[in-house]
Design a protein around this ligand. Structure first.
Ligand code: ADP
Ligand code: MG
Length: 478
């Protein structure tokens, strides 16, 4: 029997069979199982046994070293984390060295790096060999930065390594935001939710920076995905612009978002490119109301606030009298508004094309709830799968290009004179379109970033995951 040795709450360990010469582990006897942060997790069969291949970043808070590992799978377990979410994880068994002793431990593979440490050593793996003194650290030796350089090489970015991507938004619980985080993690990236309001910036010729309220400096991101709510357009675009000036790639650049937020400016850009839109009028003075109504062909007509979204601020005026009073009422409140021809034959339906890099990634038809003419899903509209015509596709493609948006939601109505462009959104929602089409649109957004940042990327394995996972469930019967 061994005498028990004492370890600190943090120790450097080695995983010799995985070629990990040094990894900092948090040692916590409060946790039962042990885990390691892995990505690109890919099961395979080896001599008719189940194995798993995965990538590891052994260094904490750094993606400079990536180690490709392989190990036999001994189990799959559902793990519930402290925040209540559950995750099905592969379990591997591998030797670990600590305090000059080597013994086999079980490790679950998790793609969540929330623990801050790449490895967590729990009670089971302690194997009765050790006691933890939570006040102490590195009782069995620290590893110097020079030794790290010797082991893992100097800091040279590894091609194909996971990217560090910030989601620049306001509400982490919003379905679309959750999907983007999840899609990035699934593809092996480090996803960090950044609350726009908690970001601030330092303008300085020598050391510009984006800071976070908790004291972090956010200069080491590879990319950000801005999902800016309309009320934060000014600040959100300024932060995005600052990231861009630091060389961080923005999936939708700040200039494109800024111009797309102004409906009048967007329509001017689109019609300048010869794209068909409903006849639209804009005037500053209430004295011009009659002419404005006449210009768009009289009532019924649509009145739109320039800064509205999700159907709020879009009004149908059925009669000339109603149109006059709506327009004049809004004007007296100093609201900026458009007057637009009403496309009655659209019958409360429109098309939403989700564009990624100038191509239609997915398209749905939205239909307004009974008694409603606005097809927005936020107004109770329903989404169905739709085949769009080549003409509609070409309109959507040109619209996204004109606005220079890598990710865009293009709204089109079907009129008697062909498809007409209604508007372009820079933060299109994911739920309706993913549910109706069954497509991984969030994953496609992440792939767009990958194409930008590593043009010669190796073929990804992620698409095959879902199938292999379920096959595996079947084969091993976990
Ligand atoms: P929002 O930014 O609020 O979504 P939109 O311009 O997309 O503003 O209008 C919201 C919805 O109202 C559209 O999805 C469409 O169903 C309906 N709509 C808007 N403009 C017209 C129009 N000119 N003719 C018919 N329906 C329209
Ligand atoms: Mg719309």
């Amino acid at each position: 029997m061994h005498n028990k040795f004492i370890s600190g709450s943090k120790e450097w360990c080695a995983l010799p069979k995985l070629d990990i010469a040094a990894v900092k582990a948090r040692i916590d006897s409060g946790a039962k199982t042990s885990s390691i942060h892995a990505f690109n997790i890919e099961p395979f069969t080896h001599n008719s046994n189940q194995w798993v291949r995965f990538d590891l970043h052994p260094l904490q808070k750094s993606r400079r070293a990536t180690i490709r590992c392989e190990a036999p799978v001994i189990d799959r377990r559902t793990i519930r984390s402290s925040n209540g979410t559950t995750e099905k994880r592969f379990v591997i068994r591998t030797p670990m060295t600590l305090n000059n002793q080597t013994w086999e431990i079980e490790l679950t593979l998790t793609n969540r790096d929330s623990m801050g440490y790449r490895m967590l050593l729990g009670r089971e793996a302690m194997n009765g060999r050790m006691l933890v003194d939570s006040e102490e650290s590195y009782l069995h030796g620290d590893v110097t930065p020079e030794q790290i350089d010797l082991i893992y090489g100097k800091a040279i970015p590894v091609p194909g390594a996971g990217l560090k991507i910030g989601l620049l938004a306001s509400n982490p619980d919003l379905h679309s935001n959750r999907r983007i985080m999840e899609a990035g993690e699934k593809r092996g990236h480090e996803m960090v939710f950044l609350d726009i309001k908690q970001c601030y910036m330092k303008l300085d010729a020598d050391s510009p920076a984006v800071h976070y309220r908790d004291g972090r400096i956010l200069n080491d991101f590879d990319a950000v995905v801005p999902r800016i709510r309309p009320s934060l357009t000014f600040y959100g675009c300024a932060i995005t612009r600052h990231f861009e000036s630091l060389g961080v790639y923005a999936l939708n650049n700040s200039a494109a978002i800024t111009q797309s937020r102004d409906k009048l400016y967007s329509l001017q850009m689109l019609q300048e490119q010869g794209l068909d839109i409903p006849i639209t009028g804009y005037a500053n003075s209430p004295n011009d109301t009659d002419n404005l109504i006449e210009m768009v062909g009289g009532a019924p007509l649509i009145v739109k606030l320039l800064e509205g979204t999700q159907g709020r601020g879009v009004v149908l005026a059925e009669t000339t009298k109603a149109a006059e009073s709506v327009i004049n009422a809004m004007k007296s409140l100093r609201a900026n508004l458009l007057v637009q021809e009403y496309i009655q034959e659209a019958a409360g339906k429109d098309l939403r094309c989700f564009m990624i890099d100038g191509k239609v990634a997915a398209a749905i038809q939205r239909e307004a709830a009974p008694g409603e003419f606005r097809a927005n899903l936020h107004r109770g509209g329903s989404a169905t799968l739709v085949d769009i015509s080549p003409e509609e596709e070409s309109l959507a493609v040109k619209a996204a290009r004109t606005m220079n948006l890598s990710v865009a939601g293009v709204d089109i109505v079907r009129s008697n004179r062909g498809p007409l462009l209604l508007e372009i959104n820079s933060s299109p929602g994911l739920q309706g379109i993913e549910d109706a089409t069954g497509q991984d649109v969030a994953g496609a957004m992440i792939q767009s970033i990958e194409r930008q940042l590593r043009p010669a990327a190796r073929p990804t394995v992620v698409e095959t995951h879902a199938r292999e996972y379920s096959e595996m469930d079947h084969v091993i019967g976990f």
